[in-house]
Design a protein around this ligand. Sequence first.
Ligand SMILES: Cc1ncc(COP(=O)(O)O)c(C=O)c1O
Length: 378
Amino acid sequence: MKASDLTLLARAEVRGLASYNAGLSSDAVRKRFGLTRIAKLGSNENPLGPAPAVAVAMAKACADIALYPDASCQALRDALSHKLAVPGDHLVFGNGSEDLLSIISRVFLDHDDEVVTVVPSFGLHFIYPLATGAHVIGVPMTASGAFDVAAMIAAITPRTRLLMFSCPSNPVGCTLNGDELQQLLDALPAHCLLVFDEAYYEYAQYERGYPDCLSLIQACGKPFVLLRTFSKAYSLAGLRIGYGIVSDPALADLIDRLRTPFNVNRIAQAAAVAALADDAHLQATLEHVARERQRMVAELQVLGVDCVPSMANFLFFNTAFNAETVNQSLLRQGVILKPWREAGYTDYLRVSVGSREDNDLFLQALANALVEQQTRSA
Ligand SMILES: Cc1ncc(COP(=O)(O)O)c(C=O)c1O
């Protein structure tokens, strides 16, 4: 059977989907270009790695690997409930927060429903809703790289079932301020569930102007799921574990109906409990990222590249050239970034804030790549 015939076996919604751009692994780039040194700055990973207690907790959990994990994630539920001052039955867990995005789309969306999100966006905010047959309305960010709150509100219709976006925004790094978030919350109709993706919360929480989003959202009395993850600031991306805080246990119950019962593995649960307990390590991560992010912004300015101010562990910038072409040059130099593919942003790259050494490698490689492009276009 030809590949084109095989695609006919899939649902129409799936046939039309683009694959998620998960980027290249260090090994793939090493092999393809015969390199030894790679700076992997495409997936917003934490260069400090997890808290030391994580490895100990994982080794201990390995002793029980023959047993299914706790389907209710009780130990982690208790730890998070205490830390966040949220009742345990207001928490849901996923195999990464992306798992929860998928489950939420399948639970709450039907054919021809509408989802309002922003552009540029985290790819899965489009892919999972589209796969259900829903329509996704992407509201462009303003020219200066801010949320266009008025346009987001205007995009909500009687068919809108989800308002779903990340704050801080991936890929831009911008955030809503308290007034803007309140305006959105005030405008949210009863038929629309807010999915507030706060994957980069830890990085933003102490930044000036970042609102206490959870408190504001809780106070509004409207239905919500607020998503967070252990992949970013807690450095457990390889284990796949994220969670959601919901406005009502009835929402948790609905989400539970479509998750695979053992979606969070035993080792990830143990690691997350250990990671959560080490606040000093988290602080070290936040300080490193804030310091390096500031340095990178300044160094990029020297190269003539401006970034939108970011409260997350990445920067989004216009290369003034086709980003895929610049990206190929960076890959040849051993630097992995994320070239943006959404219309209107195909000159943009997103770089994660990595170790000082990796950031230096990136800055030098970008300088070379830009000179290459300028020479070509001269
Ligand atoms: C905005 C946003 N949401 C969700 C995720 C998914 O994170 P994970 O599935 O690793 O928890 C990511 C990962 O990059 C993200 O950037």
